[in-house]
Design a protein around this ligand. Sequence first.
Ligand code: 8YV
Length: 329
Amino acid sequence: MTQRPPILVTRAVFPEVVASLREHFDVETNDADDIWTPAQLIERLQGKVGALTSGAERIDAALLAACPELRIVSNLAVGYNNFDVPAMTAAGVLGTNAPDVLTETTADFGFALLLATARRLTESEHFLRAGQWKKWGLDLFAGADVHGATLGILGMGRIGQAIAKRAAHGFDMPVIYHNRSRLDSATEAKLDARYVSKNELLQQADHLMLVLPYSAESHHAIAAAEIALMKPTATLINLARGGIVDETALVAALRDRRIAAAGLDVFEGEPKINPALLTVPNVVLTPHIASATLKTRRAMAQLAADNLMAYLTKGAALTPVNAGLIKPR
Ligand code: 8YV
């Protein structure tokens, strides 16, 4: 029997996905789902031609130099801020991500988090569970309306557009957005979304949703100066990456009620949470689960596996991030 190319799956993934990989590769898995240090990751990557990563493992020049056999890293995530793309390109290593299959699920969660935040769902549930509900009151946990309110979307890619569709067509919300590049007029008309400057977005949104990719450019895109432009009644929802928001500035703003509330699915040092965030009541916190339905997580894992198979067996990946740029190893 000819030897199969060796690959590494860095986190525990669905058995049927591993089985599909085993049809083509000699697969090393991490069934204990341990979190490896960069040195442990490098050790396990020795001799491997491919890796299926979760999106948290840093793939940089040092790792690439230490793993000369590696030809492809396939992220089980649409975001790939864990990739140093120029370093991968220079090393001739292909990077792939897992777009599209999570778009609608993540947009659903955007609304779940927005509704929970604006309508004070978790805060009121904690109050009830703690036995503090003694009488009904006219303004008991009165929050902000979502329907009819102006939704601001920062980052108008696939997920931003799926959120806009729900907002305009399901919740009668005027939708404004800001993005690096403006959508074409047909798409804007279809979505019923209006392009504005970043400052106008901050000033006019009743609810602001962050769905932009994380990069050096978007680091702390929402900090004290940006929050100061927002309405005192506004809510801020972050579905993208923690580093986009300056959490220290956000905690101060929530505490002083400079904005009404925030809903966060992602955090600067996750899974560690800034302890100050846990002390403010007007924030809803979830552990990076926006794409977490079993159907979608299975589809993401299978797409990540399919990328490895397509590239290593046929030479062309399905959803590459630096194809055409690299001279393959
Ligand atoms: C992933 C995500 O579940 O796809 C992304 O970019 O943020 C999530 O959907 C997560 O990154 C997996 O590590």
